[in-house]
Design a protein around this ligand. Sequence first.
Ligand code: ASP
Ligand code: MG
Length: 417
Amino acid sequence: MQIFKFGGASVNNVDRIKKAAQILYQYKNEKTLVVISAMGKTTNELELVVHAFYEKDTDKSLALFHEIKRKHLDIAAELLKKPLPVLLDFFTEVEWLLHDKPVKHFDYFYDQVVCIGELLSTAIVSAYLNETGLENKWLDVRDIFRTDNNFRDAMIDYQQTTLNIHETVWPQFETSSLVITQGFIGATSDNESTTLGREGSDFSAAVFANILDAENLIIWKDVPGVMNADPKKFPDAVLIPELSYVEVIEMAYYGAQVIHPKTIKPLQNKQIPLYVKSFLDPSLPGTLIKKQLLINLPPVIVFKENQVMIEFRTRDFSFVGEEHVTRLYQIFKQHKLTPNLTQNTAISFLCVMDDHEEKIEQLSLESAEVFEVNVTRELQLLTVRHFKEAHLNDIIKERTILLRQETKDVVQVLMAG
Ligand code: ASP
Ligand code: MG
């Protein structure tokens, strides 16, 4: 048993879906469960639909939704010989809701609407595979992944989900070697749709891998594997052939857009290897992520733009103590803000974060009673793991350095200009 996950970019248009299908043909004799994301940027587009709906702009929300509908129907028409009635069922469900009034919490509506992205993409791909001779079973993962009702960030009920997987997923493999389903979504015990947090499909795939005791998980992406830096910013970026689970978690912590850190735990628990491979060229080896710690890794570079430095200085010149920091972290949590770097001095606490303007303003307001708050914008944060001074100098060049923090293995440099 193996688990595959195809991201949105790999099912973004007809050609790409055909490419993904090619890969599945190659593996057709192995038991494979495939998790597929919503096509391209569909999740973002659905988010706009929900916002318009919640602002009571029914016409706008319907118009935006119409676009999404059209895109999927166009792709289905081009790919499939027969019509696919289930698509219309999904559309109707959302349209009904959009005609209603937003009487419940935003997050609730978000999940009811946004979940459709993965249902549509998987239904289309599954039908295409069936028509072209690759028999498969399509499963609605909302019948499998049981979650709590913390909409938009739902937590999986592992006990019930495990039971469901044993009852619903295993039997499919008696008659078919291929099962197609969704990631990122689930449902409560009241059958209300939920989502597990953005970029949640990798995590879902890892949970499937864990519960099904898969031999491995392959995440198919539009890059050759995990790179040591973003090739768009660093043309010298190289592929890292092997990484440990811990390294990946560390990289993600510093903001590398590799794999969602939540994904690693279910794999690590059962030591299931994770491959990141290119769907554009499946013959490339990709990156293997496994338990063993590796030495001689290349420098791993994470460059974050649009950073803001916030300095909190106690108004009464008292030392920054536990209560201060605890209070600040409460406010961070409330606004879902995570510092990318922090530093303490006697009377000030300094942190660097992604610049979410509104939230930062809120944060300044809420902490103003105790602290004098100073905000500096338009900064960049560079983090290099396994660094050598020479790498750094190359990148920093004539930038102004506002702050530098380092341990034996990691250096972080905050820059302006
Ligand atoms: N479609 C969802 C998102 O874009 C989940 C995923 O692709 O991982 O966040
Ligand atoms: Mg994605």
